[in-house]
Design a protein around this ligand. Structure first.
Ligand code: R5P
Length: 297
């Protein structure tokens, strides 16, 4: 049965890469673009391609997520009305995963709320390196029948191995250990993680692990850089300690506002990312791994 792959115009390029990866692996995929009209008052009207295969996949990355959550609601409910019996979401970047507890009384636990919302709409969710801190599995955060996590660590490790062979892979906080350890194991790189305390959106305090940094080539590896202040602070400390170079590899190139400038001013050299979020720093594609994940459903 042909799989219907739906996307929005602004993500046609990565959806096409996913279609090509799936077709190379033997799955017939019909890629269709959802028409989107914005009314003068800001409301949206969507139109899905018809007829729709009973097995459908919606490709939607959730960076800048707020309006996209409404798109998902409209698109998923319409896909069901059009006959989709098994509906998957491929969201290379899954938003709202970081707020996983109420740090202050009254705070919304966004992860649980958005996860529940997605689970009501889809049978399966496939994503890349979701920021899961205090929960162990994606399914706890997004309680769908099939919740699949793909990692960008291996493809970033392969890229780094070509560009900075033997570099030390450094996680800017303990949470990054899961990706750093995985990436380092692939090519035998040395690796370590920092200790981080966050005081505010743009205020972080970092302690480097105690080791000799003189002359060391370092690649900071993390799931996401947002304001860039975590990377910038780690870079300043590394260069002050004598590191020869500091480059950055992240799965999700959120890079909000002046993040790139903040990192560059701190002394970051190269900035590399996967294509989970379209950005000039994208150097590796997640399409083959996302295709494999979809084929496993
Ligand atoms: C959080 O723990 C993440 O892994 C990143 O380290 C964090 O989101 C980076 O944020 P920012 O770039 O705003 O410092």
């Amino acid at each position: 049965m042909t799989l219907a792959l739906l996307c929005f115009e602004d993500e046609h390029a990565p959806a096409l890469r996913l279609q090509q990866a799936m077709e190379s692996a033997g799955t017939a995929v019909d890629l269709g673009v959802i028409e989107r009209h914005r009314f003068p008052d800001g409301e949206l009207k969507l139109r899905l391609p018809t007829p729709l295969s009973p097995r459908a996949v919606l490709y939607r990355g959730l960076h800048q997520p707020n309006e996209k959550l409404v798109e998902l609601l409209l698109a998923a409910r319409t896909a069901r009305q059009l006959g989709a019996q098994h509906l998957s979401l491929v969201s290379p970047y899954l938003a709202y995963m970081r707020q996983d507890i109420a740090f202050q009384p009254g705070e919304a636990v966004s992860q649980r709320i958005v996860g529940g919302f997605l689970a009501d709409l889809f049978d399966a969710v496939v994503t890349v390196d979701p920021h899961l801190h205090r929960v162990a599995t994606l399914q706890e955060a997004v309680p769908v029948p099939q919740a699949v996590v793909v990692s960008g660590a291996a493809v970033l490790a392969d890229w780094v191995a070509q560009r900075r062979p033997g570099a030390l892979l450094l996680g800017p906080d303990e949470e990054a250990a899961q990706w750093v350890v995985q990436a380092a194991a692939r090519h035998g790189n040395p690796n370590a993680v920092c200790h981080k305390m966050r005081h505010g959106d743009k205020s972080v305090q970092i302690a480097l692990p105690p080791m000799h940094w003189g002359g060391q080539q370092v690649v900071i590896l993390d799931d996401v850089a947002s304001t860039g202040h975590t990377v910038a602070q780690a870079t300043r400390l590394l260069l002050a300690a004598g590191a020869a170079s500091v480059d950055v590899a992240v799965t999700h190139a959120l890079f909000a506002g002046d993040a790139l400038a903040v990192m560059r001013q701190a002394g970051v050299g190269e900035v590399w990312s996967t294509d989970c979020i379209a950005h000039g720093s994208n150097v590796v594609s997640m399409a083959p791994l996302l295709a494999q994940a979809l084929q496993s459903l």
